[in-house]
Design a protein around this ligand. Structure first.
Ligand SMILES: [Zn+2]
Length: 124
């Protein structure tokens, strides 16, 4: 990843971080569109919202996003925190390393594939 060299220390998960940001933006954009449809337009809304999104717990977001979208935003946010804390790519449940393929497909996942299955079965 040649792009991000200048400012920050090398990030081994730059690709995932980019993917996370893109996904976050996508979710927030659709939220913003819904909001714009019902409200007046607000140019600085998106940036402002990205900060807020920051906390996907904001009331407004909670109100407008579906559960799935909201969960996803929270998972994305938590993934950013894990990247920052050098805890990314480590299953938050069992501590196993999450495979690169899986991170590529689901960059916000907090679980390894085994724990994900447990969680889907409601066993976690
Ligand atoms: Zn696990």
């Amino acid at each position: 990843m040649a792009m991000a060299k200048a400012k920050t220390k090398p990030n081994p998960y730059q690709a995932q971080e980019d993917a996370l940001r893109a996904k976050q933006r996508e979710l927030l954009d659709s939220f913003e569109r819904d909001k714009a449809a019902g409200n007046h337009q607000n140019d600085d809304g998106i940036q402002d919202l990205a900060d807020k999104a920051a906390s996907a717990y904001s009331k407004e977001l909670n109100f407008s996003l579906s559960d799935t979208e909201r969960n996803l935003l929270m998972q994305i946010e938590e993934a950013f925190v894990r990247i920052k804390n050098d805890a990314y790519a480590i299953c938050t449940n069992c501590g196993a390393v999450i495979g690169e393929k899986r991170l590529h497909a689901v960059p916000w996942t907090p679980f390894c594939i085994d724990c994900q299955e447990l969680q889907e079965k409601g066993l976690l």
